[in-house]
Design a protein around this ligand. Structure first.
Ligand code: SAM
Ligand code: SF4
Length: 430
């Protein structure tokens, strides 16, 4: 989401005559787009500010701005804590960037952290900063109306608002024309996407289908679904359109219904199992990935074991796994005690990671001997002799370069795998 936001920021600034550079020592304006989701994300930003301090000391006319969630969370406090920062700009204030920069250049520290109920940056055509020119993110909504007890997102990104479907379709169409072959539609809870205009209502299944209909050779992904809202209607839409990728990211957070209730996730372990079964029956061969938090407030060994057993049962293809990090101002920080000692959180997280690694490895081994349609994204990271791409299930595949170009589809037969990658050879081009 921050990549998508940075592209909006670059677009706004390009319209003002700025040019984007990859070399920080050339920059006259440095904007750091930030994340507040866990404490270590913020610590990394503080480290980054330290590491660029010398640029500002050498030339005080270089402007430095902190933008995004950390700016929103800390507001003016950033200016007291980080003296090299000239501007603090929240995620809904990017249209005001030119005037904020002018204010900072005139010697006044500039702050705009107003959250909006309407801003979706529709109409701004993001300048793509990705290098492959094949895959791209498209934001379809902003903010979040859920109140998961641990989560800072509703506080730093404001209320949920959906973007006009026509502006989403125009953006995707434009990407297709420019040669992009995959889009990922982004929102904190895409299942609650809703646009109403003159009595017409568009929900997420309809939007997804309209995007998929732009061209059958355009792959469509989306993130993130919420287990409480993932509908059979959506699953049926995916199963109907082969260019909607066979992968659903469905964060479970915990396998214990007691912890899920404390987290305010609004579903139980049993409900989650029903949703996974629905995915498996409506979209055979669909990969499922998840997010898991270890060591939430009051989590017992029994709760933790329920998480492990759910991971085992679900057989996730992939997972993002985190230690619980208390975020100031959230319901959990206000009402519950962060009472799981650090070493227990670490031990539980390690158990979750090692189980998931085993399961991810198993899921890749099961792909050996099979043939997958792969969209080529470029050379493999390790060698220019190999190409790399992903399957519809979002697994990375590496195979020898035989002259095919990025953006093309090929059939690859998988011959072996490492812990992160499938390795094979082209079976036939499509
Ligand atoms: N909206 C998505 C959802 O509901 O799952 C994702 C939100 S968040 C940007 C991505 C992940 O960060 C969450 O799914 C959760 O696992 C993790 N996360 C959020 N707050 C956290 C916290 N306070 N400590 C640890 N992990 C957290
Ligand atoms: Fe955070 Fe929950 Fe919203 Fe996801 S759904 S962004 S975890 S509050």
């Amino acid at each position: 989401m921050n990549v998508a936001d940075s592209e909006v920021v670059v677009s706004i600034l390009t319209g003002q005559g700025y040019e984007h550079t990859d070399d920080i020592t050339e920059a006259r304006l440095i904007l750091i787009n930030t994340c507040s989701i866990r404490e270590n994300a913020e610590q990394r930003i503080r480290g980054r500010l330290k590491s660029i301090g010398h640029l500002k000391r050498k030339d005080n006319s270089i402007m430095i701005g902190l933008i995004g969630c950390m700016a929103e969370r800390l507001k003016e406090k950033v200016l007291e804590q980080e003296h090299i920062v000239d501007m603090v700009i929240g995620p809904d204030a990017y249209r005001a960037l030119p005037s904020l920069i002018a204010e900072a250049e005139s010697g006044h520290k500039a702050v705009n952290v107003l959250l909006s109920r309407e801003e979706t940056y529709a109409g701004i055509s993001p300048v793509r900063m990705d290098k492959n020119g094949v895959t791209s993110f498209v934001s379809i909504m902003r903010g979040c109306n859920n109140m998961c007890a641990y989560c800072v997102v509703p506080y730093v990104r404001g209320a949920e608002r959906s973007r006009d479907p026509e502006s989403v379709l125009n953006e995707v169409n434009d990407l297709w024309v420019k040669g992009y072959r995959e889009v990922t539609l982004l929102g904190q809870n895409v299942d609650s996407y809703r646009w109403e205009h003159e009595g017409n209502r568009t929900g997420f299944p309809e939007l997804l289908e309209r995007v998929a209909l732009i061209n059958p050779r355009l792959r469509v992904r989306f993130s993130t679904s919420h287990p409480k809202d993932l509908s059979d209607e959506l699953l049926k839409t995916i199963s109907k359109r082969t260019n909607i990728c066979r992968h659903i990211h469905l964060p479970v957070q915990s396998g214990s219904s007691r912890i899920l209730k404390l987290m305010n996730r609004e579903y139980t372990r049993e409900w989650y199992i029903v949703r996974i079964n629905a995915i498996r029956s409506i979209i055979p061969g669909c990969a499922v990935s998840t997010d898991i938090i270890a060591g939430f407030c009051s989590e017992t060994e029994e709760d933790h074991n329920e998480t492990l057993s759910l991971i085992e049962w679900a057989g996730f293809d992939f997972a993002y796994m985190f230690k619980y990090s208390e975020r100031p101002g959230t319901k959990a920080a206000r009402r519950y005690k962060d009472d799981i000692p650090e070493e227990i959180k670490t031990r539980r997280l390690n158990e979750i990671i090692s189980l998931q690694n085993k399961i991810s490895g198993r899921s890749k081994k099961m792909d050996v001997g099979r043939v997958f349609e792969v969209l080529i994204e470029g050379y493999s990271k390790r060698s220019k002799d190999n190409l790399s791409g992903r399957t519809s299930q979002n697994k990375v595949v590496v195979f020898p370069d035989d002259g095919h170009k990025k953006g093309e589809y090929v059939n690859v037969s998988v011959e072996r795998c490492t812990s992160a990658t499938l390795i094979g050879k082209i079976n036939q081009s499509l």
